[in-house]
Design a protein. Structure first.
Length: 182
């Protein structure tokens, strides 16, 4: 009986840990807990496609497109490596999961893995809005690197360009989503 009580006390204290923690894998494949730097809501402001910086949808939307955002959550007491996220694209709401694979506190950079995103299925009057949403969710889901600096979040994917040495982007093409903390 005393043993069961002791286990209950230990498990309760583990469940009461700080809510802004996330498990990441270090180089030795051991799990360690660090502060979750992504937690909170971020609003998409710009998109870099190769060498061109653009508005989130590639055009000024005159408030016809909803604010595109992303919220990273960190469930209290959830020791799972997969965390939840949700947000608003140009037309639909979406949700999914993510894992922070690594994070360097000094450089404020890390590696992230997104899991399949699901979204509502509303249609837009303007097909450009649907294309914007498709591009945004694709870039988001494929992002593998992140950097946080001065209240700004960059989610990016660098694609090596092999066999095309005359590419205007050089040896790689980079997509970056630029967010600001809300």
């Amino acid at each position: 009986m005393k043993k069961n009580f002791l286990y209950l006390v230990i498990l309760s204290s583990i469940g009461c840990s700080a809510p802004k923690k996330v498990s990441v894998e270090n180089q030795n494949s051991n799990l360690e807990t660090i502060k979750n730097p992504l937690e909170g809501t971020w609003v998409l402001k710009n998109v870099l496609m190769g060498d061109a910086m653009d508005m989130p949808c590639g055009f000024v939307n005159m408030d016809k497109v909803k604010e595109m955002n992303l919220t990273f959550t960190d469930d209290k007491g959830n020791s799972s490596v997969i965390k939840k996220l949700f947000g608003q694209s140009s037309v639909n709401n979406f949700s999914g999961g993510y894992t922070v694979l690594s994070y360097d506190e000094k450089s404020k950079t890390g590696k992230i893995q997104f899991f399949t995103l699901i979204s509502t299925k509303m249609a837009a009057v303007n097909l450009d809005f649907m294309e914007c949403e498709k591009r945004y969710l694709s870039y988001l889901e494929k992002s593998v690197d992140f950097k946080i600096e001065d209240g700004k979040l960059q989610l990016s994917l660098t694609i090596p360009l092999t066999g095309n040495s005359s590419s205007p982007w050089g040896e790689s093409y980079r997509n970056v989503l630029y967010f600001y903390r809300k």
